[in-house]
Design a protein around this ligand. Structure first.
Ligand code: ADP
Ligand code: ZN
Ligand code: ZN
Length: 724
């Protein structure tokens, strides 16, 4: 009678023991159904044999071990264990997150190739030699035979006359080819620019061993081409490629490009929008080694890849790599760990790297490759500030922006009015003297809480009433940033009745097909003025877009979140990169009350490095990451007091265990205190070094699990939080 150790998706840290009559070591890594409480649960066998935690007689037997799917390999179990350890999450919850839901339920998932690889069969060869009557089928066979194969069925079908592929199969002229082996010839590719070639040579030249690379390339520099060439190299060595993108809904073009370039490769998508069946099938194809390229969002970092040879992380700065609920992992950081584990290169690409990655590149922990020029002759857009201190705004729009939009309308070009919503935290500021509500105790800004009319520091917890006039100059017109942006869209439609105004944000593009429709509308020139939020900042080419007007940017200069300026710079650089990608030159106009702010000055020069140096200096002085390491304990309950009280208790428990150098702050209500009828509060923990912080967290979390808490209270730990 074997004892199996099972990780279950419940918020408890330990694994559970069960007995299984016929289990062997080969069952480690298999899904299993077990009795739990009064019901049943599906978990994963993570160990076998050994001492049971309780007496044998009291251990329940498993209900069913799922043997229709290959067991997950040891390196995959190490991966989920690492994530559980680093983020202090129960292993079973990490497993539940990493495994497709369909896989956990179904007993056997086919990894049948829906899109098989086809080659010319012996009968096809005969048909080519025999003098036959011309036909559609023969014409297709002849065309195929003139090229190096094999080909994916979908690729054949997409070509001219490709509908006849079914007939070729029926006649036995084409057959399914089992293993592509080394036949991964890349399809048509452009000539690499010297910078692209240098980047590829450097990364390949380093031996395709573990090394994190930062590929810092300006917008339009052709980072994708570098990824594709590196992928071709890995495929040629018979290895698998993992390619992470921030949001699959935004990247249908990329999927298509990859599939076209590697016609023979089995490209598998993995993201949460897939139907259960498709996601499980993709996962099992990765696991069985039949997938050559796995293209997916953050959860694809959990793909089991026996032949892994390369990891690519596109737009590595993007915040969507960080999961903001449940197990709060960063897929980018996990990808780097995965690369080290499997000894393969990890390429992090961005036009606007995260300050963390940029810092690592500066300190030579990451190797750096730069693409400083655009791949196709197009200049970077001109960036100018519109000083709004002395102008009267019309629902947030300046006369200068009005004029610029009118010009574009007359020329038949497109404009984008970009609203900076993200990073919007209501900080109090004075429009006449520029005073900003700062915390007297730390370098953070105080946040306006309108509900109870208080100003609060989210860093140290101190608070006070909202002043009625500016403490510096006495102006009574003191107000939270960010007012009035909501009405801009409506006002644009009134001001430009002849124009087609199109809103592009998460509400307008909830699904992938809605997003594709929007993109088509824009590309077809069927919109004149786009009003967009951060979605518009992500890599797309709009040839007719020549003007980007930025509204509400200042809110991020003085936001409470110390990452807000970084996000603003990234966003403006990315969104500016949308303008003038075609033959027409682009212009970016930023409405601001701080036209001389260094952030804008660096932006106007397209000088990311100067900005990054400045921002890192500020972070060093203020003691923010990457110079310190943070973790956030959050609690929520129907009543705020319960959440805060739990955190106070947690803080006392922490004080008893805190190593020297650990900083514990006071519990504070979150910026958005109320969410889904629950009140939320948080407690920040900081340390100069990761090691002691991690050791402390492990001990602290273990103690927290043992606390009796009110039934309605929930808590979570966020390691390396992005929102503070
Ligand atoms: P990035 O991701 O760096 O912003 P893209 O990969 O989208 O840039 O490339 C920008 C544009 O340049 C695309 O239209 C792409 O097809 C084109 N491009 C990239 N590399 C080359 C090349 N070597 N030769 C010609 N065109 C290229
Ligand atoms: Zn403070
Ligand atoms: Zn003032």
């Amino acid at each position: 009678m074997a004892i199996v150790r099972v990780a279950l998706p419940i918020p408890l840290p330990q694994a559970f023991d069960y007995t299984a009559a016929d289990a062997g070591v080969g069952d480690v890594g298999r899904c299993v159904k077990v009795p739990f409480g009064r019901g049943e649960r599906t978990g994963l066998i993570v160990g076998i044999g050994g001492e049971a935690g309780v007496e044998l007689a009291r251990i329940k037997p498993v209900l069913h071990i799922q043997r229709g799917v290959p067991a997950l390999p040891a390196d995959w179990l190490e991966l989920v264990s690492f994530v559980a350890r680093y983020y202090h999450a129960p292993l079973g919850e990490v497993v539940a997150l990493a495994l497709p839901p369909g896989l956990r339920r179904a007993d056997g998932v086919s990894d049948e190739d829906e899109d098989p690889l086809l080659g010319v069969a012996p009968k096809g060869g005969e048909a080519l030699c025999a003098a036959r009557r011309a036909s559609r089928a023969l014409a297709l066979l002849q065309a195929l035979a003139a090229e190096p194969g094999p080909w994916r069925r979908s690729v054949i079908r997409a070509r001219e006359g490709g509908e006849a592929v079914g007939e070729l199969l029926r006649r036995g002229w084409l057959e399914i080819v089992a293993d592509p082996g080394a036949r991964h010839e890349a399809g048509a590719q452009p000539l690499a620019t010297p910078e692209q070639a240098a980047a590829v040579d450097a990364i390949v030249g380093a031996g395709m061993r573990f090394r994190p690379w930062l590929l810092h390339g300006v917008t339009g520099s052709g980072k994708t081409e570098v990824y594709l060439r590196l992928a071709a190299h890995a495929l040629a060595q018979g290895r698998q490629v993992l390619m992470l993108v921030p949001e699959i809904a935004l990247t249908p073009q990329l999927e298509q490009r990859v599939a076209q370039r590697f016609a023979a490769a089995n490209v598998v998508s993995l993201h949460s929008a897939l139907a259960d069946g498709a996601r499980s099938r993709g996962f099992v194809q990765a696991l069985s080694g039949r997938a050559d390229i796995v293209l997916g969002t953050r959860l694809a970092v959990f793909a089991p890849l026996p032949r892994l040879g390369l990891i690519l992380v596109d737009e590595e700065h993007d915040a969507s790599y960080k999961q903001q609920e449940g197990v709060r992992y960063s897929a980018r950081d996990v990808a780097v760990w995965r690369g080290r584990q499997r000894d393969v290169p990890v390429v992090l690409g961005s036009a606007t790297p995260s300050l963390e990655s940029w810092f690592h590149a500066r300190s030579e922990r990451y190797a750096l490759q730069r693409l400083s020029r655009r791949a196709v002759a197009a200049t970077l857009p001109a960036v100018r500030c519109i000083d709004t201190r002395r102008t009267k705004l019309d629902e947030g729009l300046s006369p200068a922006l009005h004029v610029a939009i009118t010009q574009r309308l007359e020329r038949g070009e497109q404009s984008l009015v970009f609203l900076n919503r993200r990073g919007y935290a209501p900080v109090l500021s004075c429009p006449s003297c520029g005073w900003v509500s700062r915390c007297p105790h730390c370098s953070a800004n105080l946040v306006v809480h309108l509900a109870d009319r208080r100003l609060r520091c989210h860093h140290c917890g101190c608070d006070g009433p909202i002043p009625h006039a500016c403490p510096s100059c006495g102006d009574q017109d003191i107000q939270p940033f960010g007012r009035g942006t909501q009405r801009i869209e409506a006002r644009l439609a009134e001001l430009f009745p002849q124009a087609r105004v199109l809103r592009v944000d998460r509400d307008a593009a909830r699904t992938r097909s809605q997003w594709e429709t929007l993109l088509d509308t824009i590309a077809a020139g069927e919109a004149d003025i786009l009003v967009g939020t951060q979605m518009m900042a992500k890599g797309h080419d709009f040839p007719k877009l020549t003007l980007v007007g930025v509204v509400g940017a200042d809110a991020s200069l003085h936001a409470a979140d110390f990452r807000a300026p970084e996000r603003l710079f990234q966003q403006l650089m990315q969104v500016g990169g949308r303008a003038g990608r075609g033959a027409l030159p682009g212009e970016v106009l930023i409405q601001t009350e701080y036209p001389m702010h260094p952030l804008y000055l660096h932006l106007a020069k397209h000088d990311f490095d100067a900005f990054a140096r400045m921002a890192l200096q500020e972070r060093r002085a203020a003691g923010f990451p990457p110079f310190t390491h943070q973790a956030m304990l959050r609690a929520d309950a129907p009543a705020l007091e319960d959440a805060v009280e739990f955190l106070r208790h947690a803080r006392r428990l922490a004080e008893e265990r805190a190593p020297a150098g650990l900083r514990l702050y006071d519990p504070v209500p979150m910026r958005m205190t109320r969410l889904a009828r629950r009140e939320r509060a948080q407690l920040l923990v900081e340390a100069d070094h990761r090691g002691p912080l991690q050791a402390f967290l492990a001990e602290w979390v273990a103690v927290l699990y043992r606390q009796r808490t009110a039934r309605e209270l929930r808590w979570q730990l966020d390691v390396d939080p992005l929102e503070v």
